[in-house]
Design a protein around this ligand. Sequence first.
Ligand code: F6R
Length: 347
Amino acid sequence: QKGGYPHFMLKEIHEQPEAVRNTLFEVSDIKKIVSQFPEFKRVTFVACGTSYHASLVGKYLFEGLLGLPTDVILASEFEFSEKAIDPHALVIFISQSGETADTLKALRIANKKAKTLAIVNVLGSTATREADYVIFTRAGPEIGVAATKTYISQLTCIYLLAACMCQDEELLEELQKIPDCMKAVLSLEDEIKEMAGKYKDAQDFFFIGRGFSYPTALEGALKLKEITYIHGEGYAAGELKHGPLALIDDDVPVVAVVPPGKSHDRTLSNVQEVKARGARVIGLGSEDDPVLSSEASDMVEFPHQIPELLSPLLYVVPLQLLAYHISVQRGIDPDKPKNLAKCVTVE
Ligand code: F6R
């Protein structure tokens, strides 16, 4: 059942290139859905947990590619924004299970006021029956409590949707390259396992990134918290000096997500700030980044040609593996973290 892997989570991490490939087949259905869309003036994403992080990537994408004002609202907070729902908005609900209570409650509120789209992994789930439009993520069943391949498939759907809405054929072609790039990233597992051994006794971690890398930082921190029970804080790198820098010292590893592109130089200066306070930095960046490599105590290198826009699909993978290996090395079962359920059906 685990296909030779010790845990479902590891199997599901390794299934991600296949999950992307399968999700890419959704493109024709997505084109059909997009052809039925009325004109939208804004996009609002609503989700919880990991699906919320996928939504944040959607914000940068929809604003960057389509110039559409885009907000992202936690499903559990959505009722407090009810009066401000724009009838000309597309309200997108992202949920692996399609059964999360907060998400369904928000969907029912939004259905009364605007067009709704659900991006869901489970066929026939409640969200698929109630939204105006539905897109399937095709990740296949996910057994591990921590979302991994469903996150990657959600991201793939969001990229497909944005590409179809702005008829960006080049982006559609770029997406076809992701499965092979992801396999190359997965081949770094032994290095990441060794890294896990060096950091497994830390009590607090920071994960930092800007723009497209900010949701990756949040997701890396969430994975760490849920399966290792270590405190991990995801932060927009530019916000560090507005408070949390006070917490940084040589006991706090900082994972810095620094792909080449618009955010690179400023995140690099944040790396230098935390280093000056003694932090050990785990750098995620291009193979061709001597400055980051010289600042980082440990480095995960990615092929240089990955554009920043696509980096969320790849840069999160080492963070899933890091959390997984720290969890196992701390004697925890990553498939069944304490206090958590795969599907949260209470508000
Ligand atoms: C984290 C995780 C949760 C879910 C959240 C939403 O690894 O799995 O944070 O992402 O409970 O669940 P869905 O996507 O089913 O609505």
